[in-house]
Design a protein around this ligand. Structure first.
Ligand code: CS2
Length: 474
């Protein structure tokens, strides 16, 4: 039997410029390719030192390949594979936190990018403030030179640079949070203030935290994907990623220490990201989460399966046109109905197997910015958004951890214990609504809203998600 040879690098490793926290599939499908293309088009030393905050998986896959890997663009007509060479090294923070702080404090590190998911900011998703009692934050405050959280590392790295007289790096959050630059700045300042007020003041004065909107659908890589790549390209690459053809990156252009020529790779450099973020989080992520909860309960394994079921596609259309678009200012250069039509085409891509279960993860951290802000805007305009209430009830049913056949659901969420307790309460809807870091008193006390969520929850419990979605969309 012949074994497939391991992927080898086809370009020299670039000189360092960026440190990235969280080298998961999305980073490899999005940030690293943009950096790679920007360097190819316009040069610059922007090689990426990637840092895993948890597992050694990414390092173990990438190190034998000198950081190179294949990104496979998967369209309905087939795959296009390309080698990405922008990663130059991978560090595993728990193995050697000192090495991470040293890399952050190296003079050539001018940008720190982050894809650490919503929960990685250790914040209260509703207030946007640091959750000071978060176990990782407690740990980091007790051991500031050997932190665990992204926030602890950012502050330790900035502190070290200040001590050596170096200018700070720019911090670029690339997670799906509204005003992600402001969110990361706030939690960094909250944490630094607990360390030393003077450090917080210095960060507030000197560090840039631009916001950005990121978009590319990236399902988790499967063993089948790795086998298909080995068959088509003749290389074994456990670090490979699969992604859809579409991508969009809108970045606030505020990089005092310079940046790659991302615009050469198609990124939009703008002065105000917020309208773009609102459009993407509410139109895409809002309907994604809706499809995830209701689709999972109705037995749909992937997004494309869910929207192939006509009432689910109709549900998305109704959400967009009746409940979401009326709350969004039109971002420059965008046409909102066309944007939503393109979203449905993206969801339908049958070659992308994006699991509803994957998107359903961490709902307590996602709901506020994906769905609840839209609900608030509707209520303020005197409208009761029935489709979004069905989505919220779907989340409650899903988070209860038992599917419609009575089988356990593997609910992944930092608040999983609280969710289970809420679902087991005598009045589950009231118990979920009382989760203050998710809903807030304004929503929990809104009579008409609560009644609509209750009636959607009853429909899901008595008739199931497929029937409830059919009834809504008919
Ligand atoms: C998805 C996103 O997993 C999820 O929660 O909604 O990752 C989504 O695929 C991306 O934001 C698309 O850009």
């Amino acid at each position: 039997m012949t074994t497939t040879p391991r992927l080898t690098r086809d370009t020299a490793a670039p000189a360092p410029g960026i440190l990235h926290l969280g080298p998961g599939a999305f980073f490899r499908a999005f940030i690293a390719p943009y950096v790679d293309e920007a360097m190819m088009a316009a040069g610059g030393d922007w090689g990426i030192t990637a840092v895993s905050l948890q597992s050694p998986r990414a390092r173990d896959a990438l190190a034998p390949q000198d950081g190179a890997y294949m990104a496979v663009e998967r369209g309905p007509e087939g795959d296009v594979a390309r080698q990405i060479g922008s990663i130059r090294a991978v560090l595993v923070a728990p193995e050697d936190p000192q090495a991470v702080i040293a890399a952050m404090a190296a003079p050539e590190t001018r940008i720190v990018t982050l894809t650490v998911t919503e929960k990685g900011y250790c914040h209260n998703p509703r207030s946007g403030r640091l959750q000071a009692d978060h176990p990782d934050i407690q740990h980091d405050l007790a051991h500031p030179q050997a932190p665990r959280s992204a926030i602890g590392f950012l502050v330790a790295g900035l502190e070290r640079r200040f001590a050596s007289g170096l200018p700070p790096f720019t911090v670029l959050s690339c997670d799906n949070l509204p005003a992600n630059g402001r969110v990361v700045r706030q939690v960094v300042l909250d944490y630094a203030a607990r360390r030393a007020p003077a450090l917080a003041d210095r960060i507030a004065d000197q560090v840039a935290f631009p916001a950005c909107m990121v978009d590319r659908i990236t399902p988790a890589t499967t063993p089948d994907d790795i086998a298909a790549l080995a068959a088509s390209e003749g290389v074994s690459d456990p670090a490979m990623v699969v992604h859809e053809p579409f991508r969009q990156w809108v970045i606030e252009d505020q990089f005092p220490q310079g940046r790659p020529a991302w615009e050469a790779a198609g990124a939009q450099m703008v002065t105000d990201v917020e309208p773009h973020e609102l459009m993407k989080l509410r139109c895409l992520n809002g309907t994604h989460s809706t499809l995830a909860y209701l689709g999972y309960l109705a037995g749909h394994e992937t997004v494309s399966e869910a929207v192939a079921d006509a009432p689910f596609a109709a549900l998305c259309e109704r959400l967009w046109h009746r409940e979401i678009l009326p709350t969004i200012p039109v971002p420059q250069g965008e046409n909102l109905p066309a944007y939503c039509a393109a979203l449905l085409t993206r969801y339908r891509n049958p070659a992308i197997r994006h699991r509803t279960w994957q998107i359903a993860m961490d709902g307590s951290q996602k709901l506020p910015q994906r769905i609840l802000g839209t609900v608030r805007d509707n209520l303020a305009a005197g409208r009761l958004p029935a489709g979004l209430c069905l989505a919220i009830a779907g989340w409650m049913r899903y988070a209860g951890g038992i599917d419609e056949a009575g089988t356990a659901i593997d609910v992944r969420d930092p608040l999983a214990d609280e969710l289970r307790a809420a679902a087991a309460a005598a009045d589950p809807v009231a118990a979920f609504l009382a989760m203050d870091s998710v809903f807030g008193a304004d929503l929990a006390n809104h009579r008409d809203l609560v009644a609509a969520i209750r009636s959607a929850h009853d429909a899901l419990t008595s008739h199931g998600a497929a029937a409830a979605v059919r009834a809504f969309a008919s």
